[in-house]
Write a protein that binds this ligand. Sequence first.
Ligand code: KIV
Length: 290
Amino acid sequence: MRPRRITTHKIQAMKARGERIPMVTAYDYTQAQIVEAAGIPMILVGDSLGNVVLGFDSTIPVTVEDMVRHSAAVVRGTETPLIVVDMPFMSYQVDAETALRNAGKLLQEGGAQAVKLEGGQAVAPIIRRLTDAGVAVMGHIGLTPQSVHKLGGYRVQGKTNRSAEELIEDAIAIQEAGAFALVLELIPVELAAEITERLDIPTIGIGAGPHTDGQVQVLYDMLGMSLGFKPKHAGDYAKLGETAKDALERYGDDVKAGAFPTSAQSFHLDKSPVTDSSRRESPTPYGSSR
Ligand code: KIV
């Protein structure tokens, strides 16, 4: 029997026990396998894939079809983590019925267990409609990247008393609408601590300091996969972009110098004559042509 996936209730029980909740994004099958092997209990198929995978300068162009495709790949690569998938821009803001249809598509075709929506009190009625229909929802307030043009850039939110109060009210409205957890992105440490204290549901911070119940990071940032900008809140766990570039430079040099492949990386004729059946043997799991 396949192992059972971690449930939203198990994630909530972690808060109740005072156990911190690690979460990262993943966008494909292989990344998801690595994340699961590392013991991370919850994966976000983030619409940040618009930036890090598809090369857009925001998450706004990402579609429901993009999210379905990447979510399904992450689900195929894992057995136990809880998979949360982002609802992309304009897939839930128009009205609750459209939101419900799109959430249904993400869960049925993408295979995720929960959806995530950005926004505070304004989206609470939509969250309520989804949760009443049996959809597990994670909220997301603070910096909400889908509103980047309204917010005037990717900047810290809730720094003034008034905006901090507003975010506290947003957090409470989302909990009351039935969300099982809430992402707090790019807000002051003190505000994140207060929201975490006031909510029963787990808060998952990104750039919100150490006092939230869990942390989420964009996998590419956390592993240093891009060669350019890395947000300060992503930590310094690896520099995979540099490592990959070095490996590719050595590969390129070796190919140019005729030093790759060697005999050890090549296939040789059998001593006996070639038969049709030996020709059909595949040296890779993908097929004989790779
Ligand atoms: O899309 C994403 O990766 C996110 C995280 C930044 C929380 O929403």
